[in-house]
Write a protein that binds this ligand. Structure first.
Ligand code: AKB
Length: 320
């Protein structure tokens, strides 16, 4: 049995991870932590407990941990990369101040902590192809700065205080459930919506802009498997490179056209997102995750595309 608090449970990852954790640990408390104005709804609200937990409020985290005897915290509170550039102070407050609050509660109350990092933790000086696990991390964005700080702070809490912290560096996550918002990789979700709705897709990134991506079911499995991994095998903790696929706008467009032959895409340059994407790796090397906790993705671009189109047609009530 596990008692788990998810901070940011109504966000892009949280809304699906909370449901998945409730299936995986049916005997435990899996508490959906939300902020005012983003209360859980529908199945998320009905399938388990929820509490208002603003990550910038350490007392709220501590109270939820005490109330539900929480032993594991999934910290999913963050602003995505493009939004963070517009609000750098808030990005730091949530990404670093919030993580500090979480780690302090975890230290006092003996909780394990998962905090995702990102391909955004790398920068222009990082090797771009098959980016190694241990390499230069000098990001150009505030999002990346908070992610690298988060990786280092989490490792510090493990080394110094014995807090069980673990993490993966997520690539762009693709899902038909909760839309992302304010990310650089969001185009790879939006393109499927356009294809299903029969609209011409306006692509914000140039052809040749390669980034790692992952289908959400694999991402949820990664978040759970790293927390279940045998600690004796872990050489790394914060944070593991994980990936499923790497593509550019042309490759995903052509893949969708195999199933939606009349689909059209045109380029509509977004300078902010392009600059961010250009500073991130083309592809990650996730050998360490494969060796240390048997990470293996199940979806590739083709199987993800088939499922995304099927699920979005159902969701939007569009006939094939
Ligand atoms: C973003 O684009 O900001 C995120 C990420 C890769 O961390 N999806």
């Amino acid at each position: 049995m596990k008692n788990i608090l998810i901070i940011g449970a109504t966000g892009q990852i949280g809304s699906e991870l909370t449901m998945k954790l409730r299936q995986e640990y049916p005997g435990g408390n899996v508490v959906a932590g939300y902020i005012k104005g983003a209360e859980p709804k529908g199945a998320l609200a009905e399938s388990g407990p929820s509490e208002e937990v603003d990550i910038t409020n350490a007392q709220q985290i501590a109270d939820a941990v005490d109330k539900y005897k929480v032993d594991t915290i999934y910290n999913l509170a963050a602003l995505l990369s493009a939004t963070a550039e517009a609000k750098p102070q808030l990005a730091w407050k949530i990404g670093v101040g919030g993580l500090f609050n979480t780690l302090e509660v975890a230290r006092e109350k003996n909780c394990a902590v998962f905090t995702p990092s990102s391909i955004g933790s790398f920068g222009k000086g990082t090797p771009k192809d098959r980016t190694p696990q241990d390499t230069i991390q000098r990001p150009d964005t505030i999002y990346g700065v908070t992610k690298v700080t988060g990786e280092m702070l989490s490792d510090y809490y493990t080394r110094r205080f014995g807090v069980d912290t673990r993490s993966v560096r997520f690539p762009g996550l693709i899902s038909y459930v909760a839309p992302p918002g304010g990310g650089t990789t969001d185009y790879a979700v939006d393109i499927y919506y356009s294809a299903v709705k029969g609209e011409t897709f306006q692509c914000p990134l140039n052809p040749g802009t390669f980034m790692d991506m992952m289908y959400m079911p694999d991402a949820l499995r990664a978040a759970i498997e790293i927390m279940e991994a045998n600690p004796d095998r872990l050489i790394h903790r914060n944070s593991f490179n994980v990936t499923s696929m790497s593509f550019d706008p042309e490759i995903i467009y052509k893949k969708i056209c195999e199933y939606v032959p009349d689909f059209k895409m045109e380029y509509k340059h977004d300078p902010l997102r392009q600059a961010i994407a250009d500073s991130w790796p083309n592809s990650l090397d996730d050998t360490c995750a494969r060796e240390e906790w048997d990470w293996k993705p199940e979806y590739d671009l083709d199987s993800m595309t088939v499922d995304m189109l099927k699920q979005l047609r159902l969701k939007l009530g569009v006939e094939k």
